[in-house]
Design a protein around this ligand. Structure first.
Ligand SMILES: Cc1cc2nc3c(=O)[nH]c(=O)nc-3n(C[C@H](O)[C@H](O)[C@H](O)COP(=O)(O)OP(=O)(O)OC[C@H]3O[C@@H](n4cnc5c(N)ncnc54)[C@H](O)[C@@H]3O)c2cc1C
Length: 322
């Protein structure tokens, strides 16, 4: 067993964790980043990124994350390729246990484990992800300007995504497997008031249909949940909007989580319910969920952590001088 120690321990290597690392390293905290099973985070699973500031041309998600990692290492971050399976936040330094037996200790801990979009789990969905099938309208809606799109789901996320897509498309179909929506009333009112959105009730996705060269989504085969009848809807884009899973299982019982399982932080900061533990990115943000907001809160977490350590040091010096 090897014990790796640092002032600032960061869990997760998406935009939030790597931004925290860049700021932490530049503050002299010599951070360690434990990367997890998805080094680089969610953007590694996508191709075109057109909304990350600083790049006029479309860039590729994996390229952006490669650059962020190189920048973090360049300023002094140590990268660890390990997945954490257990945590001890009851005493300091905080301890994280890797699945290979290594232990990571940090005077402060920044959690940036992200949230994964829920998918339907169909083979055709897997095949057409990034080729017309997406789980993020804010990220990919722009690529469907003037095209026909569908949103799958019936909760707040689905209705918000459908409303957002009307910025780009005049032909948005909401597909829901029941005959009523779970979304808040005010969102439903906006949805039904939009002339650009139509709703298909009691329908579930049976299969996403690919076609063309290069292959992309051309339609969705739907199954009626009441009659079992199959039908086809021609669309260019399909947005699965059935919610997200924050990666917080490790922290259940150790940190305060909100009612949806996201890490609870003090408003306007990244401070969690345990002093010295900070959370940033999608794991504490169920509203925006963008690379740039994850990077922004990553920066906040590093600054909050650095100020926390500084305040402690100052208190120790003051006590010694008394
Ligand atoms: C297909 C797709 C396309 C997208 N397109 C865009 C876009 O165009 N523009 C945009 O702004 N946003 C886009 N997003 C959203 C964006 O990717 C996320 O908002 C962002 O990645 C969140 O960053 P994060 O650092 O909080 O978490 P993530 O990127 O989810 O990273 C989480 C990290 O935590 C690590 N981790 C988790 N559990 C453990 C553990 N137990 N031990 C160690 N490590 C762990 C993972 O390995 C990973 O490195 C897209 C998302 C998807 C899925």
């Amino acid at each position: 067993m090897t014990i790796h120690t640092t002032k600032m321990l960061i869990l997760g290597s998406g935009p939030a964790g790597l931004s925290a690392a860049i700021y932490g390293a530049r503050a002299g905290l010599e951070p360690i980043v434990v990367q997890g099973i998805q080094p680089g985070g969610q953007l590694m699973t996508t191709t075109d990124v057109e909304n990350y500031p600083g790049f006029r041309e479309v860039i590729q998600g994996p390229w952006l994350m490669g650059e962020m990692q190189a920048q973090a290492e360049h300023v002094g971050t140590r990268m660890m390729w390990d997945t954490v399976v257990k945590v001890d936040l009851t005493r300091r330094p905080f301890r994280l246990y890797g699945d290979g037996g290594d232990v990571y200790e940090g005077d402060v801990l920044v959690i940036a484990t992200g949230a994964q979009a829920k998918w339907l789990g169909l083979d055709s969905e897997e095949l057409l992800k990034g080729k017309g099938v997406s789980a993020c309208a804010t990220c990919d809606g722009f690529f469907y300007r003037g095209k026909k799109v569908a949103v799958i789901g019936g909760g707040n996320t689905a209705v918000e995504e459908a409303l957002y897509l009307t910025n780009h498309s005049d032909d948005v179909t909401l597909i829901h497997r029941r005959d009523t929506l779970r979304a808040e009333r005010i969102l439903q009112q906006r949805l039904f008031a939009s002339e650009k959105i139509s709703t298909l009730w009691n329908k579930e996705v049976h299969r996403f249909l690919g076609g063309g060269t290069p292959e992309g989504l051309v339609g969705i085969e739907l199954k009626d949940t009441v009659t079992g009848e199959l039908s086809t809807l021609e669309v260019d884009g399909g947005f699965v909007a059935i919610g997200h899973h924050p990666a917080t299982e490790l922290f259940r019982g150790h940190l305060k989580l909100d009612e949806d399982g996201y890490i609870a932080v003090e408003t306007g900061s990244t401070r969690t319910s345990v002093a010295g533990v900070f959370a940033c990115g999608d794991v504490m943000d169920k509203v925006y969920r963008q690379a740039v907001t994850a990077a922004g809160t990553g920066c906040m977490a590093a600054l909050d952590a650095e100020r926390f350590l500084q305040a402690e040091e100052f208190a120790e010096v003051a006590e010694a001088a008394e």
